[in-house]
Every structure is written in structure tokens, then in C-alpha cells.
Design a protein around this ligand. Structure first.
Ligand code: PXP
Length: 251
């Protein structure tokens, strides 16, 4: 793997969304994970929500048994989810905010405001050898709080950038660029994700401090038209192309 390889974590939640619409076993997100790996995913991401609207406990158990690449388990910071994470010991655990009524994860975790609530979760996961990631908005205060909690990884929420266009999108992109630089300067490994699609991934993938992107909904939607492997391979190509356009010397 090249030194500057930008990892792609494929989020398979929405394969489970379709499965659950019928309450049967098809389509199987674990099968999708296998195809994603074949197509170039460096890791698999799955969000076990408190309401189990897509990924199930059984999915996490099976993924933990069969995956040949790292599993990034996204969970809310609750005792129930901590117990599940400690039982399965995924490679990484990304702590995300969760509201029952939201359609998707609407904003980043308020690490600064929830510092004392989060501290025991971060410590317990780290003690078990699980790499802790905090899903935050691109904001220096949140990154300072992540640093003070000792989180090795922060994932920047790219949803606001993906939802707007024109000047507003450039402004959001600049926030992500600055936060990536600031976080990396603090010694935090920087990731990004949420809402990314073919037309938005390039500018984010070109940010040299980012080490991993987590992408799901768009890929599963594209898979309806072109198949999962083709869709992931195209995302991979766009990421690699954006990385290759970086000036020599930046890493
Ligand atoms: N990263 C995190 C922390 C997320 O919660 C999600 C959505 O579950 C994603 C990345 C992927 O977002 P999307 O499905 O919009 O690509």
C-alpha cells in the first residue's frame, strides 16, 4: 500500500435498511461487505443504532467473525453500546451523536460540551485496544476537546459541505481543510465522511491530512443502477485521482 493511500471505509447500513423494509434476510449487508472488500474497500463501517433501524446485533456479530478487513463500528456513547463494542472488539469504534427522530446523523458529537460524559467511554474502549474515533463538526474547539480526551482519531462531518453549493460549499470545504490541518497538528489521525458522492469526494480526498473517508448511502444508491462493485471502484478511482493531483512534498 502506498504511503499516501487514502483509505475507503464502505458503510453498509443501507443494505440493511432495504432488508429491514421486508423483515427478511435479503439483501444481506454481510454479503455486501464481502463485495465491497473485493471492489477495493479498505474497511467496513456499520452503525448499530439504538433503535436498530438498519444494522442488527446479529450483523455485528457476523461481521466480527468473517471480515478480513478492519470493522469500524459506529455507536452512541451509551452503556449498552459500550458493552456490545467490548464484546466484539472491532478494530475501531466511532462515537456518534444519536437522536431517535433524526433521519441520519445530523451533526457532529459535541465533544467539548459532553467531555465528562464521553471520558469513561473513550477510556474503556481504548483500554480494550479499540481505536476510538469521535465524529465531529470541523471545528477547532471540538478537536481540542478530542485531544484532551486522548482520542487517537477524529472523523470530520462532511454533511454540511455536501448539502450546499457554490460559495457556501467552498466555505464549508475550507472549514474541513482547516480542521484537518489543525487536528493533524495536534497529532490526531483525521478521517471524514457523511453525504459524500462522486461530485463531492474529490475536493475532500485531496486534503492531504485526511487518512480515511467513510462513505455509504450514495454507494448503496448507485449500486441499484451499476452494481456495488462498479460503484465502489469508481469512488476509489476518484479518490486516487484527487490524491494523485496533490503537489509533491505534501503528505
Ligand atoms: N461517517 C459517520 C460517522 C456516519 O455516521 C455515517 C453515516 O452513518 C457516514 C460516515 C456515512 O455517511 P453516508 O452514508 O452519508 O455516506
Amino acid at each position: 500500500m502506498k504511503r499516501d493511500h487514502l483509505r475507503l471505509g464502505v458503510n453498509i447500513d443501507h443494505v440493511a435498511t432495504i432488508r429491514n423494509a421486508r423483515g427478511i434476510r435479503h439483501p444481506d449487508p454481510v454479503r455486501a461487505a464481502g463485495l465491497a472488500v473485493k471492489a477495493g474497500a479498505d474497511g467496513i463501517t456499520a452503525h448499530l443504532r439504538e433503535d436498530r433501524r438498519h444494522i442488527s446485533d446479529e450483523d455485528i456479530a457476523t461481521l466480527s467473525d468473517v471480515l478480513t478487513v478492519p470493522l469500524n463500528l459506529e455507536v452512541a456513547a451509551t452503556d449498552e453500546m459500550l458493552e456490545i463494542a467490548l464484546r466484539h472488539k472491532p478494530h475501531a469504534c466511532c462515537l456518534v451523536p444519536e437522536k431517535r427522530q433524526e433521519v441520519t446523523t445530523e451533526g457532529g458529537l459535541d465533544v467539548a460540551g459532553l467531555h465528562d460524559h464521553l471520558a469513561p467511554y473513550v477510556q474503556s474502549l481504548a483500554k480494550a485496544g479499540i481505536r476510538v474515533s469521535l465524529f465531529i463538526d470541523p471545528d477547532e474547539e471540538q478537536l481540542r476537546a478530542a485531544k484532551s480526551l486522548g482520542a487517537p482519531v477524529a472523523e470530520l462531518h462532511t454533511g454540511a459541505y455536501c448539502e450546499v453549493s457554490g460559495e457556501a460549499q467552498l466555505h464549508e470545504l475550507e472549514r474541513i481543510r482547516r480542521a484537518a490541518r489543525f487536528g493533524a497538528g495536534l497529532g490526531i489521525e483525521m478521517h471524514a465522511g457523511h453525504g459524500l458522492a462522486y461530485d463531492t469526494v474529490g475536493a475532500v480526498a485531496a486534503i492531504p491530512e485526511l487518512k480515511e473517508l467513510n462513505i455509504g448511502h450514495f454507494l448503496i444508491g448507485e449500486a441499484i443502477f451499476h452494481g456495488l462493485e462498479v460503484s465502489i471502484a469508481e469512488m476509489r478511482r476518484l479518490m486516487d485521482e484527487a490524491r494523485a493531483s496533490q503537489p509533491v512534498g505534501r503528505s
